[in-house]
Design a protein around this ligand. Sequence first.
Ligand SMILES: Nc1ncnc2c1ncn2[C@@H]1O[C@H](COP(=O)(O)OP(=O)(O)OP(=O)(O)O)[C@@H](O)[C@H]1O
Length: 615
Amino acid sequence: MTLPDTASHQSGADRTFQVDLRGLVDLLSHHLYSSPRVYLRELMQNAVDALTARHALEPAAPAGSFGIRLYADRSVVRVEDDGVGLTEEDVHTFLATIGRSSKRADGIAEQRGDFIGQFGIGLLSCFLVADEIHVVSRSARTPGAPAVEWRGRGDGSYTVRALPASARPAPGTTVTLTPRADAGEWTAPARVQALAHHFGSLLRHPVTFDDGSGGPAVPVNPEPAPWARTYPTPGARSRALAAYGEEVFGFTPLDTVELNLPAVGLRGIACVLPEAVPAGRRHGHRVHVKGMLLSEQAEEILPDWAFFVRCVVDAESLRPTASRESLYEDDTLAAVRDALAEQLRAWIARAAASDPELLHRFLQAHHLSVKSLAVHDDEILRMLLPWLPFETTDGHCTLDEFSRTHRTVLVTSSVEEFRQVAAIASAAGLGVVNGGYTYDRELVHRLPEIRPEVSVADLDPATLTAHLDPVDRETELAAAAYLAQARDALAVFDCDVALRAFQPASAPALLVDSREARHERTRSRLAREQEGGLWGDILGALQQEAPRAQLILNQLNPLVRTAVAIDEPELARTSAEALYGQAALLSRRPLRPAESSLINRSFLDLLAHALRKDS
Ligand SMILES: Nc1ncnc2c1ncn2[C@@H]1O[C@H](COP(=O)(O)OP(=O)(O)OP(=O)(O)O)[C@@H](O)[C@H]1O
């Protein structure tokens, strides 16, 4: 037995972390990944990296000369490659050293970008489905070296032994797993085949699968990526890309946008969603690196605003994180994100400039999200604002259509103001947009930035009343008594009554009552009620001139003409109340309790009057 080295006990001496191997293996295999199925992805990815290294070693070898063979019967899962292989020394250094990877070893740092793996832990994911990993390998770098066998176990122990060269005549590596009883779900032949297709359908090396039933092995990736194929016509190409998007995402894309960034060897498609997505919901994109599917939930390759697409891309040099569930946020990723965003913008610009039908369908599905985007993104605003739909006095139409007939665009600040004035404003030839929905008013006000010939103004009640024709003095005088009675009846609502002539003649009355005016009246009523108290003082100090609601009676309307001539005071009062109630109902704003009871009362009074007259 050796005595402890006293020097190492001196204070300040360097020591090394101790590692609980079982705990570390458990952590890296069981807790890093979201599903056990990733074991196959990690094995296939190691095989791809080994093929990349072999091609670097033998650059003259034609593409496709080295491949990957998968095998799964009920008792084993095997992944075999014709890659660069390992010597016994490599096995100790890389395979059996957690956290060490040949893919970032000295001397090949400049090749780092060539490989998918880099962390030196991926192989441990095999412990998700098996207790032992069995590897047989032969090095292509050192052809004279014997084949080597390695067995690694979940408790962190391993054995290595050299095998005769005949045990594996050609270079490459075979990894064999004997699945645990509880891992059947992930290792059954059909499942392995499906996973191989899922992860490897875009791989550029030949990959086959054999289920041990004696039949021929089937190709996993028989065709190149859909964007890498050639098609007889552009139409056939876009149909094939759309069909691929549908197969991958399960929806028929509204359109497919081809993505191409030669600088990082990235190609792929963005599928435009056919339906609106709830604001704030982000979609994951499918990211392949060197053909290998690494992540289905990568959000980082597109900016937040690109909520309307889902992408599949295959890149040469994006760096995944250790779990592969997301991408490493570096300068390359930032540049890729900007460049892809540019390509989506170009698609929008193209649709806006030359494909109105596509643009229309796109905006029909996504106009709400596009509006929220345009508020903050000047370029989107510039491209799309004229094409966004709004509710207007000409019906639902785009600002482009609307501003062709209305050089001055008026916009209300609430839905209810729009309801109040729409019919009258349009009869007066005014063009009004409903600015009551989120973002709409703000967006309409920015129209002159793009269409300088158009002016935009808020439509306040004063603007509208200025467009209503006053009646002549004689008519005004004849109606004076009725108007006084009406004002008296409606005083409880702080409502003034006026007589004007306006179209459409079928509208008996217009209630001009902005939300601000109502708030102001509520505030002054509270101030009066609280007079003398603390709140009364505060509310009183805020007092502005309380804007009054205005009931504007239409002198062109036959009913109003009859009403102003009524000489029965009770009936005059009831008719004024009924006109107010009807105008309030038309505005579709919530009624106050006093208004509901007024409508009720006036209706019953009028009914009683009518019945009395008939009897
Ligand atoms: N099929 C293979 N052929 C040759 N070498 C392999 C093979 N599989 C694994 N290795 C060697 O074992 C090392 C460790 O593999 P492991 O999958 O744990 O990590 P990695 O691929 O380097 O990185 P990552 O953790 O990012 O996947 C690799 O760096 C490589 O040197």
